[in-house]
Design a protein around this ligand. Structure first.
Ligand code: ADP
Ligand code: MG
Length: 439
């Protein structure tokens, strides 16, 4: 701000200085013209005087000389103007009130070929002028001798002084206005900046608070979920043992009905699956170290697809597995990883209208195995995708959504030190869910 004011002042000073220079030049020119006019008049009078009495120029009396300057005296009456004459070779200048003024400055201007000369303010009083810069116009009139007559018209630079005063005022005024404008604008800018900063700070604080609240709420929900699932898993243990016991009893007695006994064996298999999942969930909730076994990704993907097959058939959505050959084994708890893929596939099926497709693509990249589920469903808004794996977050409450499918899938994938992402597809409508786990 100070810099801008300084620049404005410098510009104003510079402009005032150059205006004064111009004014001085104008005045010098005017004085030179006046001196020339006086000189012409003087020359004419001198010629007629010579005609009347042809005497030596150096003997012309002062009175006579002053008479010769009669025309110029009229000029003097007009204002602060001083007319002087110098005899050829004479150093001093004779004023119309008969003073003789020795001015070296004017003399050297006359001896040179200058038409005017500026007289500094300290020299002005020696000419009987006010203490102010003056300007002298000089003109030469030929004499009979080698040296010319000198005619000098001096004036005090009064107009110049007025102009200087005006300039001083103008400069002061400029500085005041500039300071006010720059100061005012600077103040406004500072206030704006301060309020913008305050706002930014307030937003940052509220964002941090909101994030912390959200994180706490999430942690709270996860803790509730862990407690709940541990409880459920524990409670499930007893009825499952009862089911297994009873089914085994019936199976032992059944000998000839092959269809019924195979159906019962399927019940046992599924119960065993439930137990494994329950055990896995318990381990997960307790935060146990993962027990991962090398498993072919193809087997995991196929089992997951088989588990959801009937749901896809019912919804008339085609499930298309595309599994690369010769994939390295994936380090996983197979039942849990299958469950994670199942949850993702069920969401895809749910989002896709009848006649649509869902693909399950399995491939390896950068030493990891990717299970990619693409659907041609309704798609997922970014805001929903961001929150999709939060516990109990669901946009399908009316249709029985629990908001736990992706939460569990994410926990399982985390347990495998892998990653789960759900986002809108970039290659068309629909959603892409990706589970990436290490080999
Ligand atoms: N394939 C998908 N297409 C569209 N939205 C999806 C998809 N998968 C998940 N979502 C969104 O994520 C939310 C959470 O999913 P999830 O945790 O499985 O809970 P739920 O399926 O019980 O609603 C869903 O309610 C849905 O809004
Ligand atoms: Mg779901």
């Amino acid at each position: 701000m100070l810099l801008s004011i300084a620049v404005i002042i410098a510009a104003a000073v510079w402009s005032a200085a150059s205006e004064q220079e111009d004014a001085l030049a104008d005045l010098s020119h005017e004085q030179a013209l006046l001196a020339t006019a006086v000189a012409i008049d003087f020359e004419a009078r001198l010629a007629s005087h010579h005609g009347a009495a042809a005497r030596d120029e150096s003997t012309i009396l002062d009175e006579v000389l002053l008479e010769l300057l009669a025309g110029a005296r009229r000029l003097e009456e007009q204002g602060e103007l001083l007319v002087m004459v110098a005899r050829p070779g004479q150093r001093g200048f004779l004023t119309t009130d008969r003073r003789v003024i020795p001015s070296a400055r004017i003399r050297s201007a006359l001896d040179g070929s200058d038409a005017s000369v500026v007289i500094p303010r300290e020299e002005a009083p020696s000419l009987g002028l006010p203490r102010r810069t003056a300007v002298a116009g000089v003109a030469r009139v030929a004499s009979r001798g080698p040296q010319p007559w000198g005619i000098v018209v001096v004036t005090s630079a009064e107009r110049l002084r007025d102009r200087q005063r005006q300039d001083t005022w103008r400069l002061g005024f400029t500085v005041v206005i500039a300071t006010a404008v720059v100061g005012g604008l600077g103040g406004i800018a500072r206030r704006r900046m301060r309020s913008a900063l305050d706002l930014e700070r307030a937003i940052a604080i509220s964002t941090v608070l909101r994030e912390r609240e959200a994180a706490l709420a999430k942690a709270d929900k996860m803790a509730t979920l862990a407690a709940l699932s541990t409880g459920i898993a524990h409670e499930l243990g007893t009825p499952l043992s009862v089911i297994v016991g009873r089914v085994e009893q019936v199976l032992g007695r059944m000998t000839e009905d092959e269809r019924s006994s195979s159906a019962l064996r399927i019940v046992l298999e599924q119960v065993e699956r439930i137990r494994r999942i329950v055990r896995g969930c318990l381990a997960l909730a307790r935060g146990d170290a993962p027990h991962l076994v090398p498993t072919p990704p193809e087997a995991v993907a196929r089992r997951a697809a088989d588990l959801v097959r009937h749901r896809f058939d019912k919804a008339e959505v085609e499930l298309v597995p595309r599994i690369d050959a010769d994939l390295a084994n994936v380090a996983c708890d197979p039942s849990l990883l299958e469950q994670a893929i199942v949850n993702v596939l069920l969401n895809a099926c749910h989002a896709t209208p009848a006649g649509g497709h869902v693909s399950l693509d399995v491939h390896a990249s950068d030493g990891r195995i990717f299970f990619v589920v693409d659907d041609d469903g309704v798609g997922i808004p970014d805001a929903v995708a961001e929150r999709a794996s939060e516990p109990f977050f669901s946009t399908k409450r009316e249709e029985g959504g629990t908001g736990l499918g992706l939460t569990i899938a994410r926990e399982i994938v985390k347990h495998h030190r892998g990653e789960l992402t759900v986002a809108r597809r970039t290659d068309g409508p629909g959603t892409r869910a990706v589970i990436a786990v290490g080999t």
